[in-house]
Design a protein around this ligand. Structure first.
Ligand SMILES: [Zn+2]
Ligand SMILES: [Zn+2]
Length: 268
């Protein structure tokens, strides 16, 4: 039996968009709708508070970027049975606005981030407006404030976070993107975050068009799939509506530690 007893994918926002916006190269179905969902994840183990993976974004970022919040993070966590004030540890897969925008919802947590990610997000690369676009300054500034309050834990490359939970630096999309590998009763489940926005990015072998190193991004996609044993059913992308459609779910919360009721490959 795996050390991880449950993993929840909690949807909080959505963005309607066309397929063409989700791939680096032209696609045949470019004009078809291919919306993105936005999630935070909660990893449960016996005897520990849940580890939260990513923090989402709030109303201001949603308004500024034209995203629709389907349920505020605080309410989503409550509906998932999680007391956010009791959360002691949050893993940040990376610092894009939709993953790091809710740090203040976790006043008592330590934030786990890759060295390369915070270094990049506070470096001269931010002066380039295209590179900066998916980041917001305030979440990065908040993380620096937390650093000075001893609430940041740095990780350098692949590390074991805790029994049954591993961090894997895959980069490409950002400098320090980390995937989270969870040992569950059905084997490894990989929270790939934006190493794969959508299952289709993996099956088409074409990444999402936001990256700092495209070749590294392709390798990141290959790596998260390998970490999942080559099985899409064991890989949870960062933004795919199929997660809610295929895994046992209720009230926009999917249990991704359980096997999907419909194999992902049947939906693609
Ligand atoms: Zn991202
Ligand atoms: Zn994202």
């Amino acid at each position: 039996m795996g050390a991880v007893t449950a993993i929840q994918a909690i949807r909080y926002a959505r963005h309607e968009r066309k397929a063409a916006e989700n791939f680096t190269t032209p696609v045949d179905d470019h004009d078809l709708p291919m919306p993105l969902d936005y999630y935070v994840w909660a990893i449960h183990r016996d005897g520990h508070p849940p580890v939260i993976v990513d923090t989402g974004f709030g109303a201001a970022a949603a308004a500024a970027r034209g995203r629709e919040i389907t349920r505020p993070i605080r309410k989503g966590l409550r509906d998932a049975g999680i007391d956010r004030l009791g959360v002691t540890d949050v893993i940040l897969t990376h610092l894009h606005y939709d993953h790091a925008g809710g740090l203040t919802d976790f006043p008592n947590a330590r934030f786990h981030v890759q060295d390369a990610e915070l270094a990049f997000a506070t470096s001269r690369h931010v002066c380039d407006h295209e590179t900066r676009a998916p980041f917001d300054g305030e979440p990065v500034a908040e993380l620096v404030r937390r650093l000075y309050a001893d609430q940041v834990v740095f990780h350098d490359g692949d590390e074991d976070y805790a029994p049954g939970i591993g961090l894997r630096l895959v980069a490409g999309h950002t400098a320090g993107l980390q995937a989270v590998v969870c040992e569950t009763e059905r084997g490894a489940v990989v929270l790939a975050s934006d190493a794969a926005h959508l299952y289709a990015n993996l099956t088409r072998r074409v990444p999402f068009p936001i990256f700092i190193d495209e070749a590294q991004y392709v390798r990141a996609q290959e790596r998260v799939l390998a970490l999942a044993g080559g099985s899409l059913d064991h890989l949870i992308p960062g933004h795919d509506p199929l997660v809610l459609a295929c895994f046992p779910s209720e009230n926009d919360i999917a249990r991704v530690d359980l096997a999907p009721h419909t194999p992902i490959t049947e939906m693609l």
